[in-house]
Design a protein around this ligand. Structure first.
Ligand SMILES: N[C@@H](CCC(=O)N[C@@H](CS)C(=O)NCC(=O)O)C(=O)O
Length: 203
C-alpha cells in the first residue's frame, strides 16, 4: 500500500502514528505528495489533492484520516482503535472530535500565516488564535478524562498531533498556564509513534 502525506500534515501524522503503533511500516510505503501547487502530478493520483491518501494494494484510494486509520487498524483482524461498544463509545468519539476540531482551526491558521503578506487576513489569524487559546484552556481540564490517561487511542493521537503544531511558528503557543496539558503532551511526545513523526516540514 502507499500512503501519500506531507511532512507537516497533522492529519497525515495521525495515520503515520497508527502505522507505527500497529507495526505496519513494512506494508505501507510513505510517499511525500506535492500539494497546493497548480499542475501537481499528485492530482492525477488523488483528484482532491489532499493528504493523507491511502492507495490500497487493489488500487483503490481512501481519503480522510479517520477512515484510513480504521482501515489500517482492521487489517490484522485485531483492531485496537475502535471505540468501545454501546453507550461507552460516545465519550471517546466526543474527545476525538474535540481534538480534531482543534486541528481544523490550526490548519486554517497555518495556511493563513504562510500566505504572502499582502494576501493574509489578520481577522482570520486572530479568530483562529483565539479559538486555539479557548480550546487549549478547555483541554487543561479535559486532559484528566480517563480516556486521555488510559491506553493509547485516537483521541490522544489527535490531540497530540494538534498540540505539536506549536512547532510550526504560526503564533500558536499553548503551554503557558496549562501545566497538566504540558506534562501530558511531553509524555505522549516521547512515545515512538509521536517522536518519529514530529512535524518538520511544510503543511
Ligand atoms: N479531513 C481531512 C483533512 C485533510 C486535509 O485538509 N489535508 C491538508 C493537509 S493538512 C491538505 O491536504 N491540504 C491540501 C489542499 O487543501 O490542497 C482528513 O482528516 O484527512
Amino acid at each position: 500500500m502507499k500512503l501519500y502525506i506531507t511532512d507537516g500534515s497533522p492529519y497525515a501524522r495521525i495515520v503515520r502514528a497508527v502505522i507505527i503503533e500497529k507495526g505496519l511500516q513494512d506494508r505501507v510505503e510513505i510517499i511525500s505528495a506535492q500539494t497546493r501547487q497548480a499542475g501537481s502530478p499528485y492530482y492525477a493520483i488523488n483528484p482532491s489533492g489532499r493528504v493523507p491518501y491511502l492507495v490500497r494494494d487493489d488500487g483503490v484510494g481512501l481519503e480522510e484520516s479517520a477512515l484510513i486509520c480504521a482501515y489500517l487498524d482492521h487489517l490484522d483482524g485485531q483492531p485496537r482503535f475502535d471505540p468501545p461498544a454501546g453507550d461507552a463509545r460516545w465519550e471517546p468519539l466526543r474527545l476525538e472530535a474535540l481534538a480534531r476540531s482543534m486541528i481544523d482551526g490550526l490548519a486554517v491558521l497555518i495556511r493563513e500565516v504562510r500566505r504572502p503578506e499582502s494576501e493574509r487576513s489578520p481577522t482570520i489569524i486572530r479568530h483562529e488564535l483565539d479559538r486555539a487559546a479557548r480550546l487549549s484552556q478547555h483541554w487543561e481540564q479535559e486532559i484528566d478524562h480517563p480516556w486521555m490517561r488510559g491506553p493509547i487511542n485516537l483521541a490522544q493521537l489527535t490531540l497530540g498531533s494538534a498540540l505539536s503544531l506549536e512547532a510550526r511558528k504560526a503564533g500558536f503557543s499553548w503551554r503557558e498556564g496549562h501545566p497538566k496539558l504540558t506534562a501530558w503532551y511531553d509524555t505522549l511526545a516521547a512515545r515512538p509513534c509521536m517522536a518519529l513523526t514530529h512535524p518538520s516540514g511544510r503543511h
